[in-house]
Design a protein. Structure first.
Ligand code: IMP
Ligand code: MG
Length: 184
């Protein structure tokens, strides 16, 4: 079968598999430098983190543990409301743990602003935010990633975990969606 079923909806490729792979390895090295010997707890933000996290933890090669948290932020058509709700909570005690939060993209900042505070109230010793993509032009909350893969322009991107209406997460690269896909 032709593998164009998803790529035909892509306007242009923003980041190739190779570019992502190379950058994730650099982020992994950086995490190793910062966290080896500290047994950190990676906390992935579902669902978007799943591809990035899988590559990142293997690139970092740190003795560590993995955990996931599910959140949803209520949005109207154009704007994040800023209200974030936990849809799947942590399954273990994080008291005194060094937490590495793994996100697909930092956009308005509402999700990570909420999560950082939430994890600190649960007793985390520290939180470090690692996001693959950063869209600083859309920030509403005063939050910065400690590590990010790529800064991206204000365009809606999909692939490598990122979705539009839950689709395209399984594309191996990151691309900009064709505008007509939104108006279907
Ligand atoms: P924030 O709370 O506005 O920072 O939103 C972060 C979440 O919005 C991410 O975890 C994504 O799920 C979603 N998001 C923001 N921008 C994009 C995009 O360009 N493509 C896909 N999802 C996005
Ligand atoms: Mg997400």
């Amino acid at each position: 079968m032709a593998k164009s079923e998803m790529s035909q909806d892509i306007l242009r490729v923003l980041l190739t598999e190779e570019q992502i792979h190379e950058r994730v390895n650099v982020l992994g090295d950086e995490l190793f430098e910062r966290f080896h010997g500290k047994n950190p707890l990676f906390v992935g933000v579902l669902n978007g983190c799943f591809v990035f996290m899988s590559d990142l933890v293997r690139a970092a090669q740190i003795k560590s543990e993995l955990e996931f948290i599910g959140v949803s932020s209520y949005k109207n058509a154009t704007k994040s409301s800023g209200v974030v709700q936990i849809t799947r909570d942590l399954q273990r005690d994080i008291t005194n743990r060094d937490i590495i939060i793994v996100e697909d993209i930092l956009d308005s900042g509402n999700t990570l602003y909420f999560l950082k505070n939430y994890l600190m109230t649960k007793g985390a010793a520290s939180t470090t935010v690692v996001t693959l993509l950063d869209k600083p032009s859309r920030r509403e909350k005063a939050i910065k990633a400690d590590l990010f893969g790529f800064e991206v322009p204000d365009e809606f991107v999909v692939g490598y975990g990122l979705d539009y209406c839950q689709q395209y997460r399984n594309m191996p690269y990151i691309g900009v969606l064709k505008p007509e896909v939104y108006s279907k």
